[in-house]
Ligand binder design. Structure first.
Ligand SMILES: Nc1ncnc2c1ncn2[C@@H]1O[C@H](COP(=O)(O)OP(=O)(O)OP(=O)(O)O)[C@@H](O)[C@H]1O
Length: 621
């Protein structure tokens, strides 16, 4: 669970969008709204626009009614005429409420369709992004921001666009009525509305800029809050007792935001007061002028009511008009997040020739790699070959580049130099997805899927998901057996037991049990290349032994790649490669490397000595 999130404007490092981009985004947003639900978009726009003509109709009928009442006092009007006008007025009220009922229903359904359409687009895009993109903080930020805004922004643009056109209709029709009272009435009333609108607009933009400046700090504050509310971190936070430190920093950020907000609110209030003063003077002037005409008997009571009620109408409409423009502008700024994310270059995992058949050899030829936006090669001139039936282990200190080799070998990333050859053919010419079908893997940070035990295993071959016939269950059980995960059978609902604590009824597993399940997932896929990235890290000694035995049995006739810091696991590989600073420094079998007496032998001795050493604290006491 995360702490409440402050609204974040687009990434503060982004330059503000140009006019052209804004037009393009506006058109794209209108297209999005139309695509989401043409029927509801039309209903919403139609009812809103019809409703915009109602204020003028109301004013007109009201004026006739008042004039008729005034004449009735002199006995010139029948009761029937008054009733006729009253029914027109009631009719308008009923029409108004009918239109607004239909309008708000259409708006709600349109909003829902829009949210679905935009979420779908984001998810579609996310599936085409390379893993590289996810490891880039900027892309990840964009994804998060885009997701956060889907609920309100597109509908916000649509609503404001329609109200803008509606405001023009209202202003035109009410203005036409007021203009009949004198040429200067409308300009004065419009003028009186402007200062307030301009001020609120200006401070709206300032508020937005303030949030934009605070983007980075707001993220840090959110992060600090999320540390206090995280289910996975609560143990560590409690034990080390750094809650007060987190809370203090969280509050310091808040106080910083608060100081900026107070300055803004003070300035805005002063300007607002000034604006309402100017506005009151102008309305006073318009009223004085109209009263002079009333004193001269040139206007009726009904005309005067059009003036009095019209003032409020015009002011509200002008303010709606201008704030609509700035609202669209602001919503489009947020929509830019979405478009920036949707415009990110994707990687077509199906592009290239389709790989058919088994992989019998993998060769790294002078492979180098540098992560995007970094200035250091993390792999440099790496060479090795591994053949079917062989196992290759990668060892090296933290950060040596082992996992990076796996990311390249599994075509999740592309090398920045050199070549990876599969059965002697350049891997770059094949579609990554078709090659990946021949590979199965357990990652160091494997997934703990909050789904049933069966799904946790069968996800490795998703086309088999949902086919829970006996044949499939048999395969799942076999994979569980190879992974030493028979404990699943003893869960309350066996393979159907939901796992994890995220959802109701879920059964939480231990770290080692989750790891065995991930191993079962690896075995479930009948692949010709098996990759184990720290497969035994969370396992106890007995389980590690069993896992290695199973791994050896499963490895026959396949290529096996193992990364581990445990030499008990590594030593069983046919070939061991020692990576140091992104280069291969030694390679050979366990025995060869020990005999060589190099870095591998040194690290092996170190670990072996660790096992034989005096118990911790044993000597000094
Ligand atoms: N997404 C990334 N962006 C930039 N640099 C990265 C990224 N992932 C890893 N690195 C860097 O690449 C280097 C190699 O990392 P890698 O994860 O391959 O090491 P490793 O040998 O698997 O380490 P460990 O034993 O700790 O798992 C490290 O210096 C690391 O900081």
């Amino acid at each position: 669970m995360n702490a409440p999130v402050r609204g974040t404007p687009p990434t503060s490092s982004d330059p503000p969008p140009t006019r052209r981009e804004q037009w393009r985004d506006l058109r794209a947003t209108v297209g999005l709204v139309w695509q989401a639900s043409p029927r509801h978009a039309l209903t919403f726009a139609g009812t809103s626009l019809l409703g915009s003509a109602l204020p003028a109709a109301n004013l007109l009928v009201g004026k006739y009614l008042l004039d008729a009442v005034a004449r009735a006092a002199q006995g010139n009007v029948t009761y029937g005429t008054l009733l006729g006008l009253l029914s027109a007025q009631v009719g308008l009220v009923i029409l108004g409420s009918l239109l607004s009922t239909v309008q708000s229903a259409a708006q709600q359904l349109l909003g829902d369709s829009l949210q679905h359409t935009v979420s779908r687009r984001i998810l579609d895009k996310a599936t085409t992004l390379s893993v590289e993109a996810f490891e880039n903080a900027d892309t990840y930020d964009r994804l998060q921001q885009a997701y956060r805004e889907v609920g309100s922004r597109p509908l916000g643009v649509a609503t404001q666009l329609v109200s803008l056109v509606g405001a023009v209709i209202t202003l035109g029709s009410v203005g036409a009525l007021m203009a009949q009272l004198g040429a200067w009435v409308l300009p004065l009333v419009v003028l009186a509305s402007l200062p307030g609108v301009i001020i609120s607009n200006r401070f709206g933009v300032e508020g937005y800029r303030m949030l934009r400046r605070q983007t980075h700090d707001a993220r840090v504050q959110n992060y600090l809050g999320s540390l206090l509310t995280s289910d996975t971190l609560v143990k560590e936070v409690r034990l080390f007792g750094f809650e007060p430190y987190l809370l203090r920093r969280w509050r310091e950020y808040y106080l910083g935001f608060r100081a900026q907000l107070e300055t803004l609110v003070r300035r805005r209030s002063a300007w607002n007061f000034g604006a309402s003063l100017v506005s009151a003077l102008l309305i006073g002037l318009a009223s004085a002028l109209i009263l002079r005409r009333a004193a001269a008997g040139q206007i009726s009571v009904g005309d005067f009511s059009v003036f009095v009620l019209g003032i409020a109408q015009v002011q509200a409409t002008v303010s709606g008009l201008l704030s609509g423009v700035s609202g669209i502008y602001q919503n489009l700024l947020y929509m830019r997040n979405l478009y920036a994310f949707l415009e990110l270059p994707g990687r077509d995992l199906d592009a290239g020739a389709t790989w058919e058949g088994r992989i019998d050899t993998i060769e790294f030829r002078d492979v180098s790699f540098r992560y995007p936006l970094t200035d250091r090669d993390v792999l440099r001139g790496v060479n090795f070959t591994v053949r079917r039936g062989e196992s290759l282990a990668l060892v090296g200190e933290n950060g040596a580049g082992k996992t990076t080799v796996v990311k390249l070998l599994t075509l999740l990333f592309q090398p920045t130099g050199g070549q990876i050859l599969l059965n002697g053919l350049d891997a770059a010419q094949f579609s990554p997805r078709s090659v990946q079908r021949e590979m199965s893997i357990i990652f160091q940070d494997f997934g703990q899927y909050q789904m049933t035990a069966r799904d946790n295993v069968a996800l490795a071959q998703s086309e088999r998901l949902g086919t829970d016939g006996p044949g499939n269950d048999e395969r799942v059980r076999r994979a569980l057996g190879s992974a030493g995960a028979e404990f699943v059978q003893t869960l309350p609902a066996g393979l159907d037991t939901p796992l994890g604590r995220l959802f109701q009824g879920g059964r939480q597993l231990s770290g080692g049990q989750w790891q065995r399940l991930a191993l079962a997932r690896l075995y479930f896929r009948q692949a010709s290349v098996l990759v184990f990235d720290e497969p035994t890290a969370a396992l106890d000694a007995q389980a590690e032994f069993e896992t290695i035995q199973a791994l050896r049995a499963e490895a026959a006739g396949r290529i096996t790649l193992i990364i581990s810091h445990r030499f008990s696991t590594v030593r069983l590989a046919d070939t061991i490669i020692m990576l140091e600073g992104g280069r291969v420094s030694e390679s050979g079998s366990h025995e060869t490397l020990l005999a060589r007496g190099g870095r591998y032998a040194e690290l092996y001795e170190l670990q072996a000595r660790g096992y034989a050493a005096t118990p911790v604290g044993g000597e000094g006491r």
